[in-house]
Structures are given as C-alpha cells and as structure tokens.
Design a protein around this ligand. Structure first.
Ligand code: NDP
Length: 419
C-alpha cells in the first residue's frame, strides 16, 4: 500500500526499519538510503528473508540536495522518513519539496557547525528574543510552512518518543480528559543499565549537546532558563523505582507552548545517575564536548566527534542493557469546573526490545513512533499541507497504533505530582 524512503541506518533507523517490515501490509516497499550503504545492505540482508516488504538500498549523502532529489524522483516513495541526524533536516526537506513528497522526522534542526557565522547571528538574535539558548529550535523548519502548504505536502516533525509520543499524549489528554490543561511535566526515565562506566544511549554528539546545555521551561508563555542540571527532583517511577531527575530544555516544550497557549507551565525532566553526570562534567571541563575544531599533530579534529569515536556505539548496547524505561506526561487542569490530575506513560523493557528487534529501549521507543508517524502520513490518515508537530493531529489513531506496535500506554488518574 505504501512505499517509504528511509534515510539513515543508525540505532533509531534500524528499529523503524524492523517495524516497517513487521507492518508489511502497509509498507509494501522500503528503500534504506544512508551515507554508508554497507550498513543498509547488512540490515536488508538480515530482514528480507523474514518480511513480505520489498527492501532495496541506496548510498546517499543527505546534504547533497540534487542527488537526494534524484533518488526520491527515481524511487517515487509516498513519503521520506528522515532518521539520519538533525543536521540533515533542512536539506532533506528541500529535496522533498523539489521531488513533491511528504516528509517525516524525529528531531528538529540543529547545525553541525555551531560556529558558522551566518547561523550564529540568527541564533544569538533568537537567544535574546526568546530567552533559551539550546542550539536546536523549530524556527528553521517552521520557516518551511508556506513552501509545504503551497506544494500540498505534509511535513511531520519530531515523531520519536520525546518529542513525538509525549506531544501526542498532550493532545490526547486535552481531547479526552481536560477542558483546560494548566501544567504539563514530561518525565523521561531510563532505569536501564548497560554495564559501561560511561556511554550514551543514542548518538553521543546529539545526546551530550542536549544534556550539557542550560535547562529551561515555559511559564506563562515565556522561557525561564536555568544553569544546566540546577533543578533536581526525585520521582518514584512505576516498574523502575525512585530516580533522581533533572530539568532540561527539550524541543517539544517549544511546539506545545505555541500550540497550547492555555498551558501555564511546561517542564521536562530526565533521569541521570551520579556517575553519568560526573563523567559529563569532567568531559565538559576538559573541553571534550566542544564542537570547535582544533589542530592536533597537523590534523583538524572536532573534540566531541573524537569523543564519539571513543565511546561505545549506541547500536551495540542492546545485548548488554537490562532494566526499563518509563516515559510520560503528568497533567494538572480542569474538567467540568473541577481540578483534575492525570499521568499517561509507557514502560518499555530493554531486554524485551532486544529480543524483538535487536536494539535497546531508547532506539526502540524512538523507532516505533517514527514508523507510526510515517504510516499515518504515508497512508493519508495524518495529512495537512504545511509543517506540523505530532500534537497538531488527531491523537486517537496514533495512540491506537502505539498499543498495537509495541509501546502500550497507561493512564493513571491519581498520580504523584512533581513539586
Ligand atoms: P545514529 O548516529 O545511530 O545514526 C545516524 C544515521 O544517519 C547513520 O546511519 C549515519 O550514517 C546517517 N547519516 C549521518 N549523516 C548522514 C548524511 N549526511 N547522509 C546520509 N546519512 C547520514 O543516530 P540515532 O539513530 O541515534 O538517531 C537518529 C535520529 O533520531 C537523530 O536525529 C536523533 O536526534 C533522533 N532521536 C530522536 C529521539 C526522540 O525521542 N524524538 C530520541 C533519540 C534520537 P553513517 O552510518 O555513515 O554514520
């Protein structure tokens, strides 16, 4: 029924690909296209004997717009799923527009080179005007709104777990449980243990940039920025237990703040162990998280990219990781004039994921919603010409698909709140 071009073949992509192959009634054909084509061929070779989905592969540099446009025009997919890196979001959107195809991704744009003066000027203006200093934000992709609208194409942004599922949880809570939502706390708990002293669960460069940045939250429509890791809470997570969590800036806050202006406060918390934080602080203090190239023995290296080469590849953590993730949203608000609280969350087991698709739960909880978003856009269930996040569509088919495709959710109408 649908033909999908998948760009990227890393940890998240492999889960999305495995899930498309399980869902062969919808995804009759997929093409896996990435920078290193041998990785695509490896995945295709492993999955093809087990699925009715016809898998092909291609080598592509997603930053080469003419080459990508040609690939899309030749393959003629119903949609393109971008599970490469946020650095490629804009070039893939450009190619989708040039080839007339719908676009889906899991993370908003950020530049690879944060010292690029043209980008830096726009960034510094935004920091001053909006009051948050994360390198990533939606403005770059929201700027494509008219282009996608005029082309009659849908761009679905950020269909991973957070953002993605968490944003759908907000739309679902609003549709079925609240007249008005007052506060949302998004809680991302990874109770998994991979046995390494230090490793990141997804792309180290993207992950370390995110957690070493100042935290921020939205209050009464305005950003409040705080030093990194300076707001800490403890929460007792279902099936995981008590964990320390820290307030971070996170991209769904920006979209939810725009699309649900009634919400008075939106915060995001992520759990970290003390050892992870100590390692990160030390790496930061010695300059290993820097994106600025340095000259070493006549060769130019980017410290964070060198660090990435030293750290375990997130795609190899699967067999070693035990424990569970628990990710969801706690709401306060009003229904029929009465105060109401609600918690919607999913619990996912690292080893169960590994048994099913050969990946740990972080890649799983991102790859499954990537497949679901692609399915809804490719089949026409979620279509609206323009650029949208997952909270802007009817949440019901997405919530149904989460239950069906491996991320069942729980509704708790009497949760403990975060102070
Ligand atoms: P990986 O680093 O494991 O994989 C990235 C893939 O993209 C690799 O296959 C890489 O190719 C490919 N790639 C990189 N640059 C290019 C290029 N120029 N052209 C073509 N292919 C390219 O990343 P993850 O799988 O961990 O993450 C994938 C995405 O998911 C990221 O955008 C990340 O931010 C997002 N994410 C979203 C989450 C959410 O909940 N919303 C959570 C976690 C991740 P090569 O093999 O050659 O390196």
């Amino acid at each position: 029924m649908a033909k999908l071009l998948i760009i990227g073949c890393g940890g998240v992509a492999r889960v999305a690909i495995a899930k498309c192959c399980q869902n062969s009634e919808v995804f009759t054909e997929i093409c896996i296209a990435s920078r290193t084509v041998s990785k695509c061929e490896e995945v295709a070779k492993e999955l093809q004997p087990k699925t009715a989905t016809k898998i092909t592969t291609a080598a592509i540099d997603a930053e080469d717009v003419p080459a990508l446009t040609e690939l899309i025009k030749n393959y003629k997919p119903d949609a393109v799923l971008n599970v490469a890196l946020p650095y490629q979001d804009l070039t893939i959107m450009d190619a989708c527009l040039a080839a007339g195809v719908h676009y889906i991704d899991t993370a908003n744009y950020e530049p690879e080179d944060t010292d690029d003066p043209a980008w830096r000027a726009v960034y510094e203006k935004r920091c001053k005007e909006l009051g948050f200093s994360a390198y990533f934000d939606y403005s770059w992709q929201w700027a494509y709104q008219e282009k996608f609208k005029n082309a009659g194409l849908t761009a679905l942004l950020g269909t991973g777990f957070d953002p993605g599922v968490t944003s759908v949880f907000v739309a679902y809570a609003k549709k079925h449980y609240f007249d008005t939502i007052d506060t949302v706390d998004i809680l991302d708990c990874n109770g998994g243990d991979h046995g390494y002293k230090f490793a990141t669960n997804f792309n180290p460069e993207i992950n370390l940039r995110e957690v070493s940045a100042p935290g921020s939250y939205m209050e009464n429509g305005k950003w409040v920025e705080i030093p990194a890791m300076s707001i800490k809470r403890e929460y007792d997570f279902d099936q995981v237990g008590k964990k320390d969590m820290y307030l971070l800036h996170h991209e769904e806050i920006e979209a939810l703040g725009k699309n649900f202006p009634e919400i008075k406060r939106i915060r995001f918390f992520m759990t970290f162990g003390q050892s992870y934080l100590d390692h990160m602080r030390c790496l930061e203090d010695v300059g290993m998280l820097s994106t600025t190239p340095i000259n070493f023995n006549g060769q130019e290296i980017v410290p964070i990219q060198f660090l990435k080469a030293l750290l375990p590849d997130p795609a190899t953590l699967g067999p070693r990781t035990v424990g569970k993730t628990n990710i969801g949203c706690i709401f306060t608000g009003k229904k029929d004039g009465k105060e109401k609280t609600l918690y919607i969350y999913n619990v996912c087991d690292h080893q169960e994921c590994y048994k099913e698709v050969g990946s740990q739960a972080i890649s799983y909880t991102t790859g499954v919603p990537a497949m679901i978003g692609a399915m809804l856009v490719a089949t026409g269930a979620w279509r609206n010409p323009g650029v949208y996040t997952t909270d802007e569509f009817d949440p019901d088919p997405y919530m149904e698909a989460l239950n069906k495709w491996g991320l069942p959710w729980v509704v708790d109408e009497n949760p403990a709140l975060v102070d």
